[in-house]
Design a protein around this ligand. Structure first.
Ligand code: COI
Length: 350
């Protein structure tokens, strides 16, 4: 693929403290940028990371045609760079694009553009446990008009951010029964900027109550669990792993979710993807059968939950005794570090 490459005169890599990388705070030297106009994708460019010059009437700023993805690159123990399951994010990105009436991004731009960018900034990939290079592809509407309609022009970009863990400690979760994230027919399955915008107030209120995140419930009855903050959710009940199914289109089809499902099956758990009523969870806890709750996400990887608050019930977990979440985390880490055979072709070499 033809990519115009302009390299940074001076790398900022030397300014980075690889032992202190809060999630998303730093970006690498370069970014990828491609415009869509007149019904076609123009020539891709990789250039030094820099501000954009945009019109105040930019459609994305007013009506939210804006989607993104989250992917991670690692180095194996020999220092070879790999990207984890980029094709899964590529296909989800274009599912998001279709629902938001945005153009599909061709594979060569998304995958090959990403590969070339990561290759150029490969020295920014951390090699520390729980650290990675977070890849942020995104697309937004660029028509300059204050009329409500699908834009005719778009910008697709990729940024890279060397990063440490998203949540560093087990979390306290509040079951949210007032606000909802998504309803059937809506955009719950879409990685749309607006889904995150509408969560800010809700998360802030949960934080004021002393919690880290909310567990979203279904929009009709507020009884069926959906997802936690920016993660999919799993419940370990006996030898079963329960996670909400994707059929209602209200939760994200997480790549880490699907990886966790495969690893859990391999570890002997029976995985059930289906509607999960909160009363079933409370009853399983009271019976002593519910031993773990954890979240999965690209940014968060596997995050253990130490407390879940629902009405008068506080479910607490000693995460030191957790088995499933640490096993999934360990196995995924071993695959990423090249210490375990990548039998499913999840690691895409840069
Ligand atoms: C991810 O897990 O990649 C996410 O998109 C979550 C978040 C940082 C928005």
């Amino acid at each position: 693929m033809d990519i115009q490459i302009t390299k940074a005169n001076k790398s900022r890599l030397g300014e980075l403290d690889f032992n202190n990388l809060p999630f998303g705070k730093y970006v690498t030297d370069h970014m990828l940028e491609v415009d869509y106009a007149d019904g076609e994708w123009k020539t891709a460019a990789i250039r030094p990371y820099q501000p954009l010059y945009l019109a105040p009437s930019l459609a994305a700023l007013h009506y939210g045609q804006s989607i993104f993805e989250g992917i991670k690159a690692y180095k194996d123990s020999n220092g070879n760079p790999f990207i984890f399951r980029p094709y899964d994010n590529f296909s989800r990105f274009n599912i998001s694009a279709a629902r938001m009436r945005m153009p599909e991004v061709p594979e060569e731009i998304f995958i090959e553009g990403m590969r070339r960018l990561v290759d150029l900034d490969r020295d920014w990939i951390p090699m520390k446990n729980d650290y990675s290079l977070y890849i942020r592809p995104f697309m937004f509407a660029t028509d300059e008009v204050i009329g409500v309609k699908a834009s005719d022009s778009y910008k697709f970009m990729i940024l890279l951010s060397p990063t440490g863990p998203y949540y560093s400690a087990p979390m306290r979760i509040y079951v949210e029964e007032t606000y909802t994230r998504a309803a059937p027919g809506g955009i719950g399955y879409v990685k749309a900027a607006g889904n995150y915008g509408s969560s800010m107030q809700v998360t802030a209120e949960a934080k004021e109550k002393g919690y880290d995140q909310v567990l979203w419930m279904d929009a009709f009855e507020h009884k069926y669990v959906q997802e936690i903050g920016t993660m999919n959710v799993f419940f370990i009940v006996g030898d079963k792993a329960l996670t909400p199914g994707l059929e209602a289109g209200t939760i994200l089809n997480g790549v880490t979710r699907s990886s966790a499902i495969e690893v859990l099956k391999e570890e002997g758990y029976t995985v059930e993807e289906r509607p999960i009523h909160i009363d079933e969870i409370i009853a399983a806890y009271k019976d002593g059968e519910l031993t773990e709750i954890f979240g999965t996400g690209t940014a968060a990887t596997i995050s253990m939950i130490k407390e879940l608050a629902y009405k008068g019930n506080t479910l607490t977990f000693n995460t030191e005794n957790s088995k499933a979440a640490p096993a999934v985390k360990r196995i995924l880490t071993e695959i990423r570090e090249g210490k375990r055979a990548d039998t499913r072709g999840w690691m895409f070499p840069v």
